[in-house]
Design a protein around this ligand. Structure first.
Ligand code: SF4
Length: 60
């Protein structure tokens, strides 16, 4: 990680504020809208969001 964020938990490699993986610029992050996300990061966020919702799709 090439930055320091007060919300970043170095022991857990997670965001303390969002209680999720730290992806700088992700929704809810203090950097949201302040940094330009690389394509790789944007893909990562999309992937994580899909994982979150895929658990509920198809269940009745
Ligand atoms: S997701 Fe954002 S707010 Fe959370 S630790 Fe990472 S940079 Fe900080």
């Amino acid at each position: 990680m090439s930055f320091s964020c007060k919300n970043y938990d170095y022991n857990d490699d997670k965001c303390l504020m969002l209680k999720q993986e730290c992806i700088p610029g992700r929704p809810g992050c203090v950097l949201e809208g302040r940094v330009a996300l690389s394509e790789a990061l944007t893909d990562r966020i999309k992937e994580l969001e899909q994982k979150k919702t895929s658990g509920t799709i198809g269940k009745k």
